[in-house]
Write a new protein. Structure first.
Length: 233
């Protein structure tokens, strides 16, 4: 990695509404460890990050009980209303530490199954690229577009040959990502990942094929699946 350091942002300020659990999903446990701790260790232990920033919910009272709270590689800041606000808060918190040309990898706290091989491939593929990109998985199912209305009925079948599912980490230059996210938020452009912000600013991020088992824990049935995946890796 010539002249550019690697930084990690793990947005963890969500409330896990779709999980409908007794705590935010990043604090549910697999093998008696917080999902957030599993995610952070699988990243920090497998790439030479200069530092890590974790945006937390202002109402988060679980963090002090985490393994990561005692890890001096990890800093925290206050997250925002949406995921994009949390990521921008983390970028602002890294001002003065990260240089504009440094790489920032943003990874969902809710994706503990990320594989070290995917992390290495992402970094190696993009380390000299001018823009950056993201881990993604080609769509393997036939996709249907639903008619608008309460009863979902098929409007059409979508050609899936050029469709990919965006995963994380997503890897972009610190200065460019901060500028792109700020522009989206200023313009009220709703985005759900960092690539969308870079695209809104006119870039074409690289799709780096990743494992489809890099699951985002979102709904209750995902927890057992994540446990099974982690047990097999
Ligand atoms: N304001 C927010 C919203 C989400 N996230 C983080 O972004 C990741 C992906 O978001 P998602 O899966 O949507 O998590 P939640 O927003 O917690 O889930 P829900 O939409 O079901 O509430 C999660 O690690 C979540 O903690 C965040 O840091 N700040
Ligand atoms: C960033 C992401 O995981 C890429 O697929 C996804 O956009 C997060 O969406 P969410 O609604 O915030 O879970």
């Amino acid at each position: 990695m010539k002249n550019a350091d690697l930084w990690l942002i793990v947005p963890a300020a969500g409330i896990g509404q779709r999980m409908n659990a007794e705590c935010p999903k990043q604090y549910l446990k697999i093998n008696n460890r917080f999902i957030l701790d599993i995610t952070l260790s699988r990243l920090l232990d497998n790439a030479p990050f200069k530092g890590c920033m974790v945006p937390l919910n202002p109402k988060d009272h679980w963090w002090p009980e985490s393994e990561s709270a005692r890890d001096d590689r990890v800093q925290t800041c206050t997250g925002g209303k949406e995921r994009a606000d949390s990521v921008l808060s983390a970028l602002v918190a890294l001002e003065g530490q990260a240089a504009d040309n440094d790489w920032v990898l943003v990874h969902d706290a809710a994706r503990p199954c990320v594989h070290s091989e995917d992390l290495s491939r992402l970094i190696e593929t993009l380390s000299e690229h001018p823009v950056g990109g993201l881990l993604a998985a080609p769509v393997a199912d036939t996709l249907k577009l639903a008619e608008a209305g309460s009863l979902p009925v098929v409007s059409e079948t979508i050609d899936r040959s050029r469709l990919w599912r965006a995963l994380t980490p997503q890897m972009f230059r610190f200065g460019a990502l901060k500028q792109a996210l700020s522009l989206c938020l200023e313009r009220g452009q709703a985005i759900t990942d960092e690539s969308s912000a870079m695209e809104f600013s006119g870039n074409m991020p690289v799709l780096v094929e990743g494992r489809p088992d890099n699951l985002k824990i979102t709904v209750p049935s995902d927890l057992a699946l994540a446990e099974f995946i982690l047990g097999r890796q």
